[in-house]
Ligand binder design. Structure first.
Ligand SMILES: [Zn+2]
Length: 118
């Protein structure tokens, strides 16, 4: 590929991305909980408990933050998580293109201080 093809590909990748404000770098999982009400079916030790959907987000230093999610918000979280995967994939692909552009010296250096000041 020549530089203009690479730049076109880079532009296409950047243009097709979803809105950046609708990303969530997290994962969804389901776990079962016991509500603690003595009359509930889940008080029976053989009962599997209530299925709860959780969103887990990684924090610095290997910590995670988890919240439970009402069923009706699960599709929203799923779309946001999918959006963040698309951003991360695009960052990888654009990084590969930019790496190649730098390797071949197909990039114009930014103007120096002197030439920017008029
Ligand atoms: Zn219960």
């Amino acid at each position: 590929m020549d530089p203009s093809e690479l730049q076109q590909e880079r532009r296409r990748l950047a243009r097709d991305l979803p809105a950046l404000e609708e990303v969530l770098r997290a994962c969804l999982f389901e776990r079962s909980v016991r509500c603690g009400k003595p009359n509930c079916r889940c008080a029976d030790p053989d009962d599997p408990g209530h299925a709860v959907v959780c969103v887990s987000r990684s924090l610095p230093e290997g910590k995670t933050s988890q919240i439970s999610l009402p069923r009706q918000l699960v599709p929203v979280a799923e779309v946001w998580i999918q959006n963040s995967r698309r951003w991360l994939e695009a960052i990888e692909q654009i990084s590969a293109i930019n790496h190649e552009l730098l390797r071949r010296r197909w990039v114009e250096p930014p103007p120096t201080e002197g030439s920017r000041r008029r």
